[in-house]
Design a protein around this ligand. Structure first.
Ligand SMILES: *Cc1c(COP(=O)(O)O)cnc(C)c1O
Length: 697
């Protein structure tokens, strides 16, 4: 039995389990309530569970063999020499690419992410692992992470920041020979800032996260890594100095010498200075020479099409923190350093330092995250012809992370356990019989309805509300209704309330007893975004209107778990951002392999994904053509309602004699066969490798 426990613990400590549905099912089988109690964190689960109880369950349910198989598959995965990289390139144990990001979304219990940027970074690492790319990643370990959202009785969002106990999470402190935490340090005005280093295993990939909660630091400095995107901009610059400069020192401390550096969004761009410093010291050359050399091995991915989305810092602040660094480390006057972030080939930020400028000035490779976003970025930052131009690599998602257990079972039943490696698998899945694909949808939708009811019941019980309310929650939603999902961060440009613009028109659709539809919303607004919070209130007010309580739900605390449930259960995934503000968007990609269909403005990735037989579009207008915001919202919401009324709803309810909506199923076929092979991070990371990483000498 001890051996079984050791295997379970080893499995728990590698985030490989986050995309292994069999492991997740095993945890539920051992004890579903306890799994929930642990926030779906297996390290905490196995630490806290009574061992005798565990052994009894394993015996009683005959789980030994299952666990052994999981363990064997995991070891095989780690050791495989059959990876894309090793087959196409060579064998190496040394990381060659360093990836840096301010957030990582790996699983719900590791609260180091707030939204799409984080899940993208997490998915990047997972796919790099699958492909065998020699990559190492660096980020920050936020003790309180991003907030837990609680929806109050008066229809408001309230925010709770909860302390994470890193010691019972799938992460370990990096220790020195004497078992003391290894630390890096950075000189700040009048003090040194220290940080310890946590190591996480994401399959084959190592992720190092910096944490300033150490004894040597002042109270304020300890709090540099407390929360994600909180506090004032002075805290932000400290976080970014830690990520960029501190991140490079982590590599140095651990003896890792990558050849390429991937700056995923501007937050980590200070690394360019630290690399220049290291080059100056190693080769005894000038700042300009060192900069020229380092330039060729930096890669910058931009994620926002609006200048206001980029971090800028006032001159005095940069001088306060990097003034001495310029003169003592880089051996240049402060203006030279400042110029890197305030001047972009003649475009000037005046007295401000722009992190994107810094990254662009120092990166040979630059890309936007969809074709359209690439175009917008080329207009936003006009670069001289003499240098490399802004390219684009369209985002993806790590398919298995968002694939439901139901979908996975159907795929493995038809194509075997290693179905995902079968040639042309998405084409083959799309050729499954009507009954099978429709069954996939029905089961996924049913699971979602159960999940939503369960969540609402839990909340009702927590608030000691009445039996009546519990009974009501059990009747929420309908497992056969056309289920439309809208879930993402409530940034105002994403217009969470667009579908509420013409309440009467929406009401008619919701009241139709013959063609039942239901709406599920979820999403957090940034604590300081009053506009986004107002949108949440609007939806809640509408959802709580009598008559609609049953078919409109707002699920609180959107996170990776809720996302996985929603993208698998919803039939239609709605996205209505203001074009062209959605650089890519990824949640819609998560629904594809689960048989959900996209209904979206032609923005971000959907410009590339949309076709007559892959989903639906919402027509859009732009300010540039002279339209006001109100005209745009009016026009686009009309297109949204028209498409729902005339195309989506009729197609869903047009059934053959076996009760199957044949046209709908064909649409799923188009979506799976055309989109699933493209909009995944396997394709995306390969593209990064072939276009950028492998070009760095
Ligand atoms: C995928 C995901 C996002 C990103 O969704 P978008 O459609 O790109 O806005 C945000 N939050 C969570 C929890 C996600 O899983």
């Amino acid at each position: 039995m001890q051996e079984v426990l050791n295997q379970l613990k080893e499995l728990s400590n590698n985030l490989y389990w986050t995309w292994n549905n069999d492991f997740l099912a095993l945890m539920e089988e051992i004890n579903k309530d306890f799994w929930k109690w642990s926030s779906k964190n297996p390290v905490k689960f196995f630490e806290a569970i009574d061992k005798q109880y565990l052994f009894d369950v394993i015996e009683k349910n005959n789980l030994r063999y299952k666990i052994y198989n999981l363990y064997r598959d995991y070891r095989k995965y780690l050791k495989s020499q059959d990876t894309y990289f090793e087959k196409k390139y060579y064998k190496t144990d040394k990381p060659e690419i360093c990836y840096l990001s301010a957030e990582y979304g790996l699983t719900k219990s590791l609260k180091f992410y707030s939204g799409g940027l984080g899940t993208l970074s997490g998915d990047h690492l997972k796919s790099a692992s699958d492909l065998g790319i020699p990559l190492v990643a660096v980020g920050l370990a936020y003790s309180h992470g991003y907030f837990r959202q609680i929806i109050t009785e008066d229809n408001k969002q309230s925010e709770l920041f909860e302390l994470s106990d890193f010691n019972s999470m799938p992460m370990k402190l990096v220790l020195d020979e004497e078992y003391r935490p290894r630390k890096i340090s950075i000189d700040l005005p009048g003090r040194k800032l220290y940080a310890q280093i946590w190591e996480l295993n994401v399959g084959r990939i190592k992720l190092y996260l910096l944490d300033t909660f150490v004894d040597e630091n002042t109270v304020d400095d300890k709090r540099i890594t407390d929360i994600l995107y909180g506090g004032d901009i002075e805290k932000r610059i400290l976080q970014e100095i830690l990520l960029g400069i501190g991140g490079m020192r982590v590599l140095e401390t651990l003896g890792i010498e990558p050849k390429a550096f991937h700056i995923n969004e501007g937050h980590s761009a200070f690394l360019t200075f630290e690399r220049i410093k290291n080059k100056i010291n190693a080769d005894g050359i000038s700042f300009v020479k060192a900069k020229d050399i380092c330039y060729y091995s930096n890669i910058f991915t931009t994620h926002t099409p609006v200048p206001a989305g980029i971090d800028i810092f006032p001159r005095w602040m940069v001088e306060k923190y990097l003034g001495a660094y310029a003169s003592e480390e880089l051996k240049v006057d402060f203006n030279t350093l400042f110029n890197e972030g305030s001047n972009l080939y003649g475009q000037s930020q005046g007295d401000y330092f722009n992190m994107a400028y810094l990254a662009i000035n120092n990166s040979n490779f630059i890309n936007g995250v969809s074709k359209l976003h690439g175009e917008i970025s080329r207009k936003m930052w006009k670069l001289p012809e003499s240098r490399s131009q802004i390219d684009s690599i369209t985002n993806g998602v790590h398919t298995k992370t968002y694939l439901s257990w139901v979908s996975e079972k159907i795929y493995s039943k038809n194509f075997g356990k290693d179905w995902i490696d079968v040639d042309n698998i998405w084409q083959k899945i799309s050729e499954l019989p009507d009954e099978e694909l429709w069954n996939l949808r029905n089961q996924n939708r049913k699971k979602l309805v159960e999940f939503v009811r369960g969540r609402i019941i839990d909340k009702v019980k927590l608030l000691h509300e009445s039996e009546e309310q519990i009974a009501e929650a059990k009747k929420l939603l309908d497992e056969n209704a056309l289920t439309i999902g809208f879930a993402r961060r409530f940034a105002t440009y994403k217009r969470g309330t667009l579908i509420l613009r013409d309440i009467e028109r929406l009401q008619k659709l919701l009241e139709d007893k013959n063609r039942k539809i239901q709406l599920i919303f979820s999403g957090k607004a940034h604590p300081k975004d009053e506009g986004g919070k107002h949108f949440i209130s609007e939806i809640l007010k509408f959802a709580r209107t009598n008559g609609f309580k049953k078919n409109i739900v707002f699920l609180d605390n959107y996170d990776m778990e809720v996302a996985k449930r929603l993208v698998s259960g919803c039939d239609v995934w709605l996205n209505n951002p203001r074009r062209p503000l959605e650089a890519s968007g990824t949640s819609g990609m998560k629904t594809i392999a689960n048989g959900g269909l996209n209904f979206s403005i032609l923005d971000g990735w959907w410009v590339e994904g949309y076709a007559e037989n892959t989903g639906w579009k919402i027509n859009s207008l732009e300010n540039e053509a002279g339209y006001s915001d109100d005209q745009i919202n009016e026009f686009e919401s009309k297109s949204l309602y028209d498409t729902l009324e005339n195309r989506i709803i009729p197609m869903f309810f047009e059934r053959n004699e076996s009760g199957i909506p044949v046209k709908w199923v064909n649409m799923i076929r188009g979506s799976i066969s055309k989109l699933a092979p493209v909009f995944n991070t396997g394709r995306m990371v390969k593209e990064y490798h072939e276009k950028f990483y492998s070009k760095v000498k």
